[in-house]
Design a protein. Sequence first.
Length: 263
Amino acid sequence: MSAGHAIGALLLVVVLGAAQSGSGRRWGQYEHEMQNPADDPPGAWDHTEFAWGRLRYRSNRRSYYGSRWGVDANKSDRHFLQGLRRLTRIDARSVEQIVDVDGDEMFEWPWLYAVGVGDWVFSESQAARLRKYFQRGGFLMVDDFHNEREWADFMVGIERILPGHAVVELENDDPIFHTVYDLTQRFRVPGLNVVHGSQIERGGTYPHWRGVVDDQGRVVVAICFNQDLGDAWEWADLPEYPEKYASMAFKIGVNYVVYAMTH
């Protein structure tokens, strides 16, 4: 099966999965902080090779529904996990793992994903815990933040966590773009609210794929800036959201997971 047909089949699976989800609530205690909580699918309590960790951080700002960390959660995470299970051989759990920034449980989950990071804030102890997390080999993907004000606030957090680490534009030949899919040619993944218009959200004009790298050149923080992959995963079952953007979002996410597990 070609990559294009595989992605198309995946999006059909996402639609069916959304219709057939169960009635459990593994993370019910956090649903008041989530934008789009969903019923638990089968396998929500399985012990698997991989779990998608969503970082529950603190913020001085709130969205219209609740906490910034919970944007697109948890429907977005679960749609992506359907894709990861479909498109790779990774034994991935069907639901996310909520990883609180104040908990040492963080060290049990080598993959983290965070949204709205232009609004995150960290105490000294939280920054120290995250620094230790990266020193132990952890990986973070960040998404859905836009414009130079949000970038500056994001970087305040990075400097507290990883002072002195380089932040670079990821070049087309970087291994992170070639683990599963060849993503030499990429395009912006916009949010649902701007996908049929300018695709510019909150003044974030140009899309960037950046990374924070360690002393060995390994990407430890993969940065999707002026983009919204989480929306693409969340609304992959919505006919109004174009398939080409959902497909790109799944491909980038799959590449980043495999990179994190192999580098």
